[in-house]
Design a protein around this ligand. Structure first.
Ligand code: GDP
Ligand code: IMO
Ligand code: MG
Length: 433
């Protein structure tokens, strides 16, 4: 079975967009299953740069793209993104399908988020301020509005007015600044509904019909496993199931239809926003990685926090996701380091452990135990063959695979499609075909 999930093995921004773009050539449909326009997936096609937020990256290859039921949809953001893609000649209206069961983000979700992030005495999560968390809150609280409701002319008004009244009560109680014209917002969303109506359907049915007809589906994760609501560094996480299990609930395709799971990890680690990060480098080495890797958020432009590769973290995310193979990206960023450190365990509470702590506090205070490896001096940038890599880079990759216990099946050596090494005979190659 050849339907594959590809997702981030760290805290997001691992290079999923580039890898999905590369692999989508082999698939018929690419689907997102969680998150929203908090994601920023960068793809270079030649010198042209695209940053996809809501729309699956496979659309750039002219593939059928699906926004699954697990996604939270801001219709304004979607229409903006569609317009940008349309201008480059991609017929999004024809290629995109949107789940009728996806939940809708409204402006008041951003207001609620602002209030909770800025509340005195609370440690901010450092969210993307897109209203993602509050929209998922409404979903779980069973008062959310779904795309099917948005399109339901008879009922949308009452649903919107009820949810709007809820939010206004909350805003008044907490003295939240920010005015929302509810009547104007409702009209705006009614207009959005008319613009997306033609793309909305039961996407679980669409995907299952396609699979029955022998088509291949690629599931594109957003965020990363350490931002997963259950398995990540709670509460410094996003509000969705970014891990591989989320691909099934978020798309309506069963686990029995999935053929494999690929994990994308940088050759080092980054994180945007707050929360624990044991291998973070707050010194000139961190700055060097940030500069070499151009580590600035694709959505918010914030500098990404940078640090060394963390083996216990990758072992943990490999367990949670069941990775068949790893894609190691941004190997080129480590070119020229005399030494490279790798975290092999944590020291916490006087003990050495290879377990990822459950609480943010414990993880915050965990000290990394490092092993020092020699770096390499040749360039890996743009390499397309494993044989062309410097010996030190090969040794580093072999070390990572052995320590994590999962093969490295693909290596990315630059942002462009062709700056990639596929390892012949790997499980990765078997799965992709
Ligand atoms: P995503 O959210 O996982 O899709 O990743 P982002 O697009 O947010 O961030 C990854 C960044 O690294 C983007 O700017 C990519 O263009 C870039 N990138 C991806 N792979 C490589 C690589 O192998 N080397 C270098 N130097 N840059 C890369
Ligand atoms: P991609 O798909 C990196 C982070 C935010 C914040 C936390 C919660 O590009 O890898 P949210 O707005 O989701 O409620 O914020 O999650 N975050 C990401 N970090 N890459 C992403 O997506 C992210 N999406 C959310 O910075 O710490
Ligand atoms: Mg990103």
């Amino acid at each position: 079975m050849s339907n594959i999930i590809i997702l981030g093995a760290q805290w997001g921004d691992e290079g999923k967009g580039k890898v999905v773009d590369l692999l989508s050539e082999k698939f018929d449909i690419v689907t997102r299953y969680q998150g929203g326009h908090n994601a920023g997936h960068t793809v270079f096609v030649g010198t042209k740069k695209f940053v996809l937020k809501l729309i699956p990256s496979g659309i750039l290859r002219g593939k059928r793209a699906v926004i699954g039921n697990g996604v939270v949809l801001d219709p304004g953001a979607l229409l903006d993104e569609m317009q940008t893609l349309d201008q480059t000649g991609i017929d999004v209206g024809r290629l995109l399908a949107i789940s009728n069961r996806a939940h809708v983000i409204f402006p008041f979700h951003r207001l609620v988020e602002k209030a909770s992030e800025s509340r005195e005495g609370r440690t901010a999560i450092g969210t993307t301020s897109r209203g993602i968390g509050p929209c998922y809150e409404d979903k779980i609280a069973r008062r959310g509005i779904r795309v099917a409701d948005l399109l339901d002319r008879g009922n949308f008004r009452a649903l919107f007015d009820s949810l709007g009244a809820d939010k206004q009560t909350f805003a008044n109680a907490f003295h939240i600044d920010g005015h929302i014209d509810y009547a104007a917002t409702r009209e705006q969303y009614e207009a959005f509904a008319d613009r997306i109506r033609g793309m909305v359907c039961d996407t679980s049915r669409l995907l299952n019909d396609a699979i029955r007809a022998g088509q291949r589906v690629l599931f594109e994760g957003a965020q990363g496993t350490m931002l997963d609501i259950d398995h990540g560094t709670y509460p410094f996480v996003t509000s969705s199931s970014a891990a591989s299990g989320g691909a099934c609930t978020g798309s309506g395709v069963a686990p029995t239809r999935i053929g494999g799971v690929l994990g994308v990890s940088k050759a080092y680690t980054t994180r945007v926003g707050g929360g624990p990060f044991p291998t973070e480098l707050k010194d000139s080495t961190g700055e060097r990685i940030r500069k070499a890797g151009n580590e600035f958020g694709a959505v918010t432009g914030r500098p990404r926090r940078c640090g060394w590769f963390d083996v216990p973290l990758l072992r943990y995310t490999s367990d949670v996701n069941g990775f068949d193979s790893l894609v190691i990206t941004k190997l080129d960023v480590l070119d020229g380091f005399d030494e490279i450190q790798v975290c092999t365990a944590y020291r916490t509470g006087g003990q050495i452990t290879d377990q990822v702590p459950a609480t943010a506090y414990e993880m915050e205070t965990a000290e990394p135990v490092y092993e020092v490896l020699p770096g390499w001096h040749g360039s890996t940038r743009g390499a397309t063959s494993y044989d062309d890599l410097p010996a030190g880079a090969k040794a580093y990759l072999q070390y990572l695979a052995a320590k994590v216990g999962v093969e490295v099946g693909c290596i990315s050596t630059g942002p462009e499609r062709n700056e990639t090494i596929l390892l012949p005979g790997s499980r990765f190659q078997q799965l992709i075909g």
